[in-house]
Design a binder for this molecule. Structure first.
Ligand SMILES: [Zn+2]
Length: 407
């Protein structure tokens, strides 16, 4: 029917009285309360504009306030809630693609459609457990470990810290099921994609050789959804791709790089999208994927990508500095992907490329073992391993605003 009914609990490991959540505007709260031991206490819930909701979240901001006298006694805050409704598409004037939906042929739900209360003011990272009671003739996947599928109720657990709860589903009779394939989706969507299975296996192997084990134990899989806009995103081993990858021979290298870029997020994804630190995630995903695909296909791929990034950065015109941008700003794409990518290649070229690649490998291992990663952690490691000069070069690039790259 396209509707969603959710009942749940949020466990917040701090004693605080006010929390901000984003929820899709088609979803209506039914009840919200605070649980303290066996008792429930009322909380106030109000729509607010006190912070700007990043445009990629399609939802309203809600302020939830618990009573102060309870606060001091608690080590954590437990919120119980219930809501239901339909996922509404983004407002037309937001010019954002529709990233989530519940339809007859497919379900795609991630933070973009704010189908669960997306935290805004606290740690972005969370673990979760979720049970889904859906139609019995559907199959599902989520960015967690599936622990049971009893009587059409699917349960997943994610014990690591992730920044999203992503859920996809499709009717079983349409499903492409092949344990040898990396692709997950309907037969009609996945059929053309299987040509990339062999490449993905090899690219993943090459990345692991360089960067160490992936940051997740979840199997790598590519979910192809019927969505035509909005591109791809990666969530703990699960890469969600709207519409699938083009299969023309002329685009092969570019597609392999796009695939490889998403796999790279398994190492670098803990750089917060709410701060400029996110440049580290995107620029390193671009850098590592381009270098690996260059190793894999030859064809002077790296040189052509560097030229292309220069052109695209040129076309983007005046841009703020990387340090002054967050992911939600339109200019961040050109700054993080093109300028950030060129910056890394510049540092690589200023010394021995093998040394630089070794440091990136070391940083990747550090990323998978840390709770979060920042630009400073990256710069500190560069300085420790390669000296002050490459670091100040990077600082210079990160502060450069205006056209292109620093002189
Ligand atoms: Zn990316």
């Amino acid at each position: 029917m396209g509707t969603l009914r959710v009942r749940g609990e949020i466990h917040i490991p701090v004693s605080q009285t006010k929390f901000l959540f984003v929820l899709n505007r088609g979803l209506k709260w039914k009840s919200v309360s605070q649980r303290v031991e066996d008792e429930t206490h009322p909380v106030s819930l109000n729509r607010t504009d006190e912070l700007v909701v990043p445009r990629f979240y399609n939802g309203d901001l809600w302020a939830l306030e618990t009573s102060t006298e309870l606060e001091t006694k608690q080590k954590q805050t437990i919120i119980e809630f219930e809501y239901s409704g339909q996922i509404h598409p983004p407002r037309k004037d937001s010019e954002m693609p529709q990233m989530g939906y519940i339809k007859r042929d497919f379900v795609e739900l991630a933070c973009y459609s704010a189908w669960y209360p997306v935290p805004l003011s606290m740690e972005t990272y969370m673990s979760y457990q979720i049970s889904l009671d859906g139609p019995s003739d559907w199959t599902w996947d989520a960015n967690g470990e599936c622990i049971s599928t009893e009587a059409s109720v699917w349960t997943w657990e994610q014990n690591r810290q992730v920044n999203d709860i992503t859920l996809v589903g499709m009717p079983l009779h349409d499903a492409h099921i092949d344990s040898e394939s990396f692709f997950w989706g309907t037969k009609s969507m996945v059929g053309s994609q299987k040509v990339f299975d062999k490449d993905i296996r090899k690219l993943r192997e090459m990345l692991e050789e360089w960067l160490g084990p992936r940051g997740t134990e979840a199997p790598l899989r590519f979910v192809i959804t019927p969505r035509q806009q909005g591109g791809a995103y990666a969530r703990a081993g699960m890469v969600i791709v709207g519409g699938g990858y083009p299969t023309e021979t002329s685009l092969r290298n570019a597609v392999l790089q796009a695939i490889c870029h998403e796999i790279c997020h398994d190492w670098f994804c803990k750089a917060s999208p709410m701060t400029y630190d996110n440049w580290v995630d995107e620029a390193l995903a671009e850098f590592c994927s381009t270098h690996i695909v260059n190793d894999y296909v030859g064809d002077d791929f790296l040189t052509s990508r560097i030229e292309k990034a220069r052109d695209q950065l040129e076309k983007a015109g005046d841009l703020p500095s990387i340090r002054s941008l967050v992911r939600d700003k339109d200019e961040s794409y050109a700054a993080f992907y093109f300028r950030g990518f060129l910056l890394l290649n510049e540092v690589a070229d200023s010394g021995e490329i093998a040394d630089f690649r070794k440091v990136i490998g070391e940083f990747a291992r550090m990323c998978t073992q840390s709770e979060s990663i920042t630009s400073d952690m990256f710069l500190d490691l560069i300085q420790k391993k390669l000296g002050k000069k490459p670091r100040s070069m990077m600082e210079n690039w990160l502060d450069h605003s205006g056209k292109g790259i620093p002189e």
